[in-house]
Ligand binder design. Structure first.
Ligand code: ZN
Length: 332
């Protein structure tokens, strides 16, 4: 086993489309990430993971790194992960048949390194929360805005996993009573059904349908062609309706931020994901102060991601580094 002072690890982000891997040292990637297409069957995914790890070890050695300075492998995967055993216990649509795979066990046996497996949104949250500026804070909530809303909660440097390893599913908190918006999870009125890219487009269609005089460009009036990019561009150009839609999206985002603020009283939120660039963080902060209890909204910081697309990979690697430092519990 590598020494506890080893401070580099391999990080892998396992998505439905790609496996991305890199050697991570002191929170930074050594070189560009290596991409491999995600195979369609669980046993082939395991083979691809092993091959990727072996390739990255060779690459690290070629770059002058000693093999024993790499203390382990962190793997971020979609699905609910039982982190103490490294087993995927909840399925994910993007990786059919993946639930039930004992990733830690099979990978440790084949590569001879410590392995830590983490849910991908949690791994990204851990990566963001471990950067130097934030690592000593009490509570950090990472919100990933994309097609859906993902997230993770880090308290005193540790991820909040919950009894069934499913904590941090912030996108599925309910923000309304009526059954007006169906979420992809099968429940109604989840925060994700309003604040995600998909939710924003639903809001846009409702706004456009309510217009008597359609003064928008024809592209915006055809709902099948509507994209979030188009909406943000129109809003930037000053289109009144597009501005109202984007403003309402921020109001929807504020509801979730305010709820989390009241429950956790966090030091800060980190906003990341594909839509985060379009999010006006100053507006979000102003609305949060307006809607939250006095003296709670004022103190919370809302900031942009530092790691962006590499957060999951860095967070996964950092989790195995930190685990090796405190001593990894034996596999049960
Ligand atoms: Zn939901």
């Amino acid at each position: 086993m590598p020494s506890k002072t080893a401070c580099a690890a391999i990080g892998i982000d396992l998505g439905g489309t790609n496996l991305r891997g890199a050697v991570v040292e002191s929170g930074k990637l050594l070189g560009e990430p290596v991409y491999v297409e995600t195979p369609d069957r669980p046993e082939k995914i395991v083979d691809a993971l092993v091959k990727l790890i072996e390739d990255l070890l060779v690459e690290a050695q070629a770059a002058g790194m000693k093999r024993d300075s790499i203390c382990g492998v962190g793997i971020a995967t979609a699905g609910v992960v039982k982190c103490d055993t490294g087993e995927v216990i909840g399925s994910t649509g993007n990786l059919p048949g993946w639930a039930g795979t004992k990733i830690r066990e099979v990978i440790e046996d084949r590569v001879g390194l410590c392995v830590h497996v983490e849910n991908d949104a949690n791994a990204a949250a851990y990566g963001e929360a471990r950067i130097d500026e934030l690592k000593d804070l009490h509570c950090i909530v990472v919100v990933t805005l994309g097609t859906g809303i993902g997230g993770g909660i880090v308290i005193d440097g540790k991820l909040l996993h919950g009894r069934g390893w499913a904590a941090g599913e912030i996108g599925h908190m309910s923000i309304a009573l009526d059954d007006s918006r169906l979420c992809t999870c099968g429940l109604y009125n989840c925060w994700e059904a309003y604040g995600s890219g998909r939710g924003l487009l639903t809001t846009a269609r409702e706004f456009i349908a309510g217009q008597k005089d359609n003064y928008l460009q024809s592209s915006l009036s055809k709902e099948e062609e509507l994209t979030t990019y188009m909406l943000f561009q129109e809003a930037k150009a000053g289109d009144r309706l597009a501005c109202s839609i984007v403003r309402r999206w921020h109001e929807h985002l504020t509801i979730g931020i305010v709820n989390l603020t009241h429950i956790l009283n966090p030091d800060c939120f980190v906003i990341t994901g594909g839509l985060s660039q379009a999010c006006d963080l100053e507006l979000l902060k102003r609305l949060t102060v307006e809607k939250a209890l006095h003296n709670i909204g004022e103190t919370v910081e809302i900031r942009a991601s530092r790691l962006e697309t590499n957060a999951g990979l860095i967070g996964a690697a950092q989790s195995v580094i930190d685990e090796v430092r405190v001593g990894v519990p034996a596999r049960s």
